[in-house]
Design a protein around this ligand. Structure first.
Ligand SMILES: O=C(O)CCC(=O)C(=O)O
Ligand SMILES: [Fe+2]
Length: 301
């Protein structure tokens, strides 16, 4: 359990499911150009946190960009959209090589996580405290600004201090984007905001409201990291994590399924769907493992 600065070539060596890896100077062209946002025009998903009350909605991208400079700790805006970059394939060509090999392409399209999420935060915005779906490996690059991260190294099974709820991952129904028709796993989301109160100019002095969430004091001490522009973090997505944005940020996020985490990700699906698989499955090729586990998962619905 540690944070380690490495070069992209060493990522597979150090990506052990128990370390947050930091790659410096990534996505240089995108940071220098800075214009790719100007060509984006569509409705995006965003959330507003007004004195602890979080509302989620959609609005034109240009409108959110105009509102972002007014964001502050008590009334903040965070845009996280998985669709707006769907046509912008060239972006991943700029990614460190370790992020480019991703076996999620073996998943049927309807169960495949979106490859690129755009994240724009205003001052004082924060993500939920959550553990990502499917226990994948997350990556997150900051193109502009700085962002404070907290990682709790206990996994979603031990979520007692966080009063969490499940957010199943699977095929969404046409009419309601939230309802999963066929779920193969879950993310875990907490009501706790670990950056709720304190001195806003020192993010790691911020803490949870312990009068509302007394059990948070039983949580393990988090790993904390201040991510700067150009840095890509690669982290165990099954760890609880939360971010706090300092100033206006622009970031990209995605996830990986690879040699390092195949057992963990497919194990998540196996546990979630209550499947019984033969130990011999792990001798098979990655594509066979994926096809077999997802086939069994769908049959089990
Ligand atoms: O960048 C953020 O604010 C949150 C990102 C996150 O949770 C992720 O990349 O998994
Ligand atoms: Fe996440």
């Amino acid at each position: 359990m540690a944070i380690r600065e490495i070069s992209s070539e060493d990522a597979s060596k150090y990506d052990d499911g128990a370390t947050v890896l930091v790659l410096k100077d990534t996505f240089g062209k995108l940071r220098q150009g800075g214009t790719f946002l100007n060509s984006l025009a569509s409705e995006v998903a965003y959330q507003r946190n007004c004195r602890g009350v979080v509302t989620r909605s959609r609005a034109p991208f240009a409108q959110i960009r105009r509102e972002l400079p007014f964001s502050h700790h008590e009334d903040s805006i965070l845009l996280m959209d998985e669709n707006i970059l769907l046509g912008a394939d060239g972006i991943l060509d700029e990614a460190p090589s370790y992020l480019q090999e991703d076996w999620f392409h073996h998943f049927p399209e309807m169960l495949r996580p979106s490859r690129l999420c755009l994240i724009l935060g205003g001052t004082g915005s924060r993500s939920d405290l959550h553990a990502d779906p499917l226990s994948w490996t997350g990556w997150n690059c900051l193109l502009q600004g700085s962002k404070a991260w907290r990682f709790y190294c206990h996994e979603h099974e031990r979520s007692e201090p966080f009063q969490s709820s499940l957010r199943p991952f699977g095929i969404k129904s046409q009419d309601s984007k939230e309802v999963e028709l066929c779920s193969i796993g879950s993310s875990f989301v907490s009501e706790v905001d670990t950056f709720a109160t304190g001195a806003v100019h020192r993010p790691f002095s911020l803490g949870a409201d312990l009068s509302r969430f007394p059990k948070v004091s039983n949580a393990t001490r988090p790993l904390e990291y201040l991510q700067k522009a150009g840095e890509t973090l690669i982290f165990p997505g099954h760890w609880w994590h939360q971010t706090y944005h300092l100033g206006a940020t622009v970031g990209l996020a995605g996830q990986l399924l690879n040699r390092q985490n195949l057992r963990r990700v497919m194990g998540h699906v196996i546990d979630w769907c209550g499947l019984e698989v033969d130990e011999g499955i792990w001798q098979k090729s990655p594509q066979e493992v994926i096809t077999e586990v997802l086939g069994d998962a769908i049959d089990s619905m």
